[in-house]
Ligand binder design. Sequence first.
Ligand code: DGP
Length: 113
Amino acid sequence: MTCIFCQIIQGEMPGDIVLQNEYITAFRDINPAAPKHILIVPNKHIASTEDLHRHDSIIASELLLAIKDVSSLENISQNGYRIISNCGSHGRQEVQHLHIHVLGGAPMKYGLG
Ligand code: DGP
């Protein structure tokens, strides 16, 4: 079965893409948990942080650097935001393609659990 996020990256499925470069794609979450809720994903299919290896260090750094690009594009740099990456069943990861949630546009609730 083809990965949903791979389909969005490749333009085979509609996705509200806010940023795309050689390494990463950022698009709006279909089920936003905050006024601004963007997912940043590697263009290469990597299932989770557990599957991210040192030979993909450029991808890892591009994922992190894209956070600031997205915050700037979404006008949430000044007030801040929360980033989350769920991994595996205990982390309640639903889509098996590594992604960083960027949540902003309003104060987050306290706590992480
Ligand atoms: P996670 O639990 O971290 O795996 O969150 C996956 C997120 O992906 C969830 O917030 C909803 C979002 N999502 C699932 N399917 C789609 C889709 O087809 N398009 C978009 N834009 N987001 C999706």
